[in-house]
Design a protein. Structure first.
Lengths: 144, 144
């Protein structure tokens, strides 16, 4: 008898759906050859992850309109700090700035920035690798 | 009048203390030239971040006893999903496997793994860069 959690992999569609069910995640990228991470808010639109970045955010310097997209990871999780039951989803894919003015306006309306700083870029991450797992208590219960 | 959050940088000591006040974080590293991230639990001991990894975890392949340490980032946050008030801390530093049997035994007792898989490595991350900020509502209130 153990109370240890089980790691249960999930299907890609379930992972994307769970990612879209929360608004906070973390973008992971390389900045000056070092691993870097920033919490941001996001939405999922037609399977893509859309984020906004503010001026001065490190991601802006690597995802610039003048460069092709860069590969980033994006992570979200909901893990209970006491029971450790929950889920985690990580996608990896190319991040590119959105340049269409209509798309920018639409996403800006949907993605309310947290911070009272000028927001200057809307970025789309197209998931390539998608991994997700649930942390369950080993019973049949499924935690959403 | 705005209800937007303010980003308030914090001192290094405050950031390390907040990191030690929670047990869940995310290790960020490079795996096969791609940015990678895994949620893990941690403790802070004398300013260092200590984590355990299980066999098969991607970090194990990059933090091996036969290699010198690798640079990783480690992030933890507590951000209210509704109000967006909270904090985020990111450290960057060299991760090395702990080899002293006494240290391993002590940390293994303190760091209860979540998952019922064999745990094979205890890793120390010595913070080099430490950045932390609070997301406040712009009022004098301070959220811990």
């Amino acid at each position: 008898m153990t109370d240890k959690r089980q790691l249960v992999p999930m299907e890609r569609d379930d992972a994307i759906r769970l990612l879209g069910s929360v608004s906070l995640g973390r973008i992971v990228f390389t900045s000056q050859a070092l691993p870097a991470i920033r919490p941001v808010n996001h939405l999922v639109d037609d399977g893509d992850v859309i984020i906004r970045t503010h001026i001065g955010a490190a991601i802006t310097s690597v995802v610039a309109p003048t460069t092709p997209g860069v590969v980033v990871a994006y992570e979200a999780d909901q893990i209970d700090p006491e029971s450790h039951i929950g889920w985690s989803v990580v996608i990896t894919g190319v991040a590119t700035p959105i340049t269409d003015a209509g798309d920018i306006a639409r996403y800006e309306r949907q993605l309310e920035p947290w911070i009272s700083q000028p927001m200057d870029q809307v970025v789309r991450i197209v998931p390539d690798l998608v991994t997700g797992y649930r942390l369950t208590d080993g019973l049949a219960r499924d935690i959403h």
